[in-house]
Write a protein that binds this ligand. Structure first.
Ligand SMILES: [Zn+2]
Length: 266
């Protein structure tokens, strides 16, 4: 316990003003259960509560069993709650790239915003600038690849919708954080939606699985696939989030996969 306290005397990132410790953390684990998983993923959240200070208190309350590594207020003021080397409890039941214990392999940032229940107000400029600087620093220090900077909604589709479709992913990618391709324009044409089944749906599922989403490739466009499509749209085609795989969504997915492949090779 002393070690943790000592390690937390100073924030891991120079972009955090100070440490405001949460007791809610544990040991990072490898998929086989042995300790020592290194974080190689960054997950962004919004708090979804009307008052930032209350969200912060909740993340530091042992009763809540939730936490994050960092907390960014609307004015950009940033606190560190959990040491980066420890497993914070922000992702819950999640999947990405074949892994299920996302808390063990990620660093989580909570961004104070009332979220969809509070009308999804814009993220203030000071908050975005502070979050971007923090993310860039974390990605550099841990060599987190751009395609592994994700929304909570990406790793828990159907269960989570944060940080929401107003989060400025494009600007983050321009600032060196995360992966972005220009979304294909929305127009008519062939589309797939809930209730359909068959080989084209299977091919679509395979593309989402290749990107990292936790999808079952069974050729059935059910509620679960609809949630994955909506999560993808929320992040990469935010103009229209409806869970329908229209040609704009499919083209954007294909372009993003191509960008991911070249990012992985580089
Ligand atoms: Zn979240």
């Amino acid at each position: 316990m002393n070690d943790d306290t000592d390690a937390m005397a100073k924030p891991d990132s120079r972009f955090a003003a100070k440490v405001f410790p949460s007791p809610n953390h544990g040991e990072r684990k490898q998929p086989d259960g042995t300790p020592g998983r290194r974080p190689d993923m960054l997950i962004l959240h919004y708090t979804g509560m009307p008052i930032a200070g209350e969200a912060l208190q909740w993340l530091c309350n042992p009763v809540s069993q939730v936490s994050s590594h960092y907390f960014v207020f609307e004015n950009g003021h940033t606190l560190q709650l959990v040491p980066e080397g420890r497993r914070a409890w922000h992702a819950g039941a999640s999947h990405w790239g074949g892994e299920a214990d996302i808390n063990s392999c990620s660093i989580g940032i909570e961004i104070a915003n009332p979220g969809h229940p509070g009308g999804l107000p814009d993220f203030p400029e000071a908050q975005i600038a502070a979050t971007l600087a923090l993310c860039r620093d974390i990605c550099e220090r841990w060599s987190i690849p751009p395609e592994r900077v994700l929304a909570h909604s990406d790793v828990a589709p159907g269960r989570k919708i944060d940080p929401g479709e107003k989060f400025p992913w494009r600007r983050f990618a321009e600032g060196g954080v995360g992966l972005w391709v220009e979304p294909a324009p929305i127009r008519g044409g062939r589309f797939f939606a809930r209730g359909e089944a068959g080989q084209p749906v299977e091919a679509l599922q395979a593309m989402f699985a290749m990107l990292g989403y936790g999808v079952t490739v069974d050729g059935i466009y059910d509620e679960r696939l609809e949630a994955v499509v909506a999560a993808f749209q929320r992040h990469w085609r935010p103009e229209k989030v409806d869970g329908v795989a229209d040609s704009s969504t499919i083209t954007t997915l294909r372009d993003l996969l191509a960008a991911t492949q070249s990012a992985r090779v580089a």
